[in-house]
Design a protein around this ligand. Structure first.
Ligand code: XMP
Length: 319
C-alpha cells in the first residue's frame, strides 16, 4: 500500500541519518520481525549492517538454510552464523523442567550473541524487532505473563551490557503491518507469513529432557505437519501449527512386529492475539494424511494425536 511504502522510505531515511557511517548489529531468528528489521536496515545502510544468527540446534527443519539463503545469497548482508548446537544441547542435558530449560536457553543465547558481537569491533547500534504490542505489553505489566514470555526473546540487558545504542524501527507497527512491510521490502512469502516460533524453539515442544535424537524426530514430524497444512491451502488460515513430541511410548503394530514407540501430538490453533486461542477445525482428511505420513515416514513414531484443547485453560505450547 502507498502508506507502507511511504513508511518504508521515511524509516530508511531516518535510519540512515541516525546511523551515519557507523555499524549496526542485528540478530536474526528466522522470525518475521527480525527478518523485516534486517531487510529494512539492509536497504538503509547496506554494508554497515552485520547480522548474527545463533544456531542453537532448536530450530525448525531448514530454518537456517532459509535465513542464509535470504540474507546471504539474496540480500548480500554480512551474516555471521554461530554454530552453537553442541553448547545448547550440553546445557540442556538432564533438564526436564520447562522454565529451567527456558532459563538455560536464554542464558546461552545471550552468551553466544555477546561473544559474537564483541568480535565486531566497530559496532555501535543493536537493531531489534520490537513491535507496538510489545511496547504496550512491557509497559502495562512488567511481571505479567507476556513479560515472562518475552524475557529472553527480546534479549533483555544486551544493549546496555555491551554499550550498544538501540534501534527499533518497527516500534509503531502491528504484526500485519510488519508483514506487509516485509513484502514491500522484497522478503519472500515463506519468511513473511511464517507462524510465530518461540525463542526456546523446539526445546519446549520436545517434552521432558531434550536430546539430539528426540529433536530430529520432532523436526521431521513438524515439517510434515506444516507441509500438509500448506498443501491444503490452510497455512495462513491457522495462526500456529506444529508438532509436539510427547514423553511417552505406546504399543503399536507394524507389519508382523509389535512396536513400542513415540507419540506425536499435532497442535494447530486460531487466535488474534495469542492470549486466547481455539483449536483449528482441520478437515479429517488432512488430519488423516498428516497422521499416515508421520507414522510411515518418521522412524520411532507409531501414534499421532490431535490436540483439541483451547486456551485457556490449556496454553498454545505444551511447556
Ligand atoms: P502459550 O503457550 O503461553 O504461548 O499459550 C503464547 C504464544 O507465545 C509463544 N511462546 C513463547 N515465545 N518465548 C517466546 O519467545 C517463550 O518462552 C514462549 N513460550 C510461548 C507461543 O509460541 C505462542 O505464540
Amino acid at each position: 500500500s502507498w502508506q507502507l511504502s511511504d513508511f518504508a522510505e521515511a524509516t530508511i531515511a531516518r535510519v540512515r541519518e541516525q546511523v551515519g557511517d557507523r555499524r549496526v548489529i542485528c540478530g536474526l531468528s528466522g522470525g518475521v520481525d527480525s527478518s523485516v528489521v534486517a531487510a529494512l536496515l539492509y536497504k538503509a545502510i547496506g554494508p554497515q549492517l552485520t547480522c548474527i544468527l545463533v544456531d542453537n540446534g532448536l530450530l525448525r527443519k531448514n530454518e537456517q538454510d532459509i535465513v542464509i539463503n535470504e540474507f546471504s545469497n539474496h540480500f548480500k548482508t554480512d551474516l555471521h552464523v554461530v554454530e552453537a548446537e553442541d553448547r545448547f544441547l550440553a546445557s540442556l542435558a538432564g533438564i526436564d523442567e520447562p522454565q529451567e530449560k527456558r532459563r538455560r536457553i536464554g542464558h546461552d543465547f545471550i552468551e553466544c550473541f555477546k561473544a559474537e558481537a564483541e568480535k565486531i569491533e566497530d559496532a555501535h547500534f543493536l537493531a531489534q524487532g520490537t513491535l507496538y504490542p510489545d511496547v504496550i505489553e512491557s509497559g502495562a505489566d512488567p511481571d505479567g505473563p507476556a513479560a515472562t514470555i518475552k524475557l529472553h526473546h527480546n534479549v533483555g540487558g544486551l544493549p546496555e551490557e555491551l554499550g550498544f545504542e538501540l534501534i527499533e524501527p518497527l516500534r509503531d507497527l502491528f504484526k500485519d503491518e510488519v508483514r506487509r512491510l516485509g513484502l514491500e521490502l522484497g522478503l519472500p512469502e515463506i519468511l513473511v507469513w511464517r507462524h510465530p516460533f518461540p525463542g526456546p524453539g523446539l526445546a519446549v515442544r520436545c517434552l521432558g529432557e531434550v536430546t539430539k535424537e528426540k529433536l530430529d524426530v520432532l523436526r521431521e514430524a513438524d515439517s510434515i505437519v506444516v507441509a500438509e497444512i500448506e498443501a491444503a491451502g490452510l497455512y495462513r488460515e491457522t495462526s500456529q501449527s506444529f508438532a509436539v513430541l510427547l514423553p511417552v511410548q505406546s504399543v503399536g503394530v507394524m507389519g508382523d512386529a509389535r512396536t513400542y514407540d513415540n507419540a506425536i501430538a499435532v497442535r494447530s490453533v486460531n487466535t488474534d492475539d495469542f492470549m486466547t486461542a481455539d483449536w483449528s477445525r482441520l478437515p479429517y482428511d488432512l488430519l488423516a494424511k498428516i497422521s499416515t505420513r508421520i507414522i510411515n515416514e518418521v522412524k520411532g513414531v507409531n501414534r499421532v494425536c490431535y490436540d483439541i484443547s483451547s486456551k485457556p485453560p490449556a496454553t498454545i505450547e505444551w511447556e
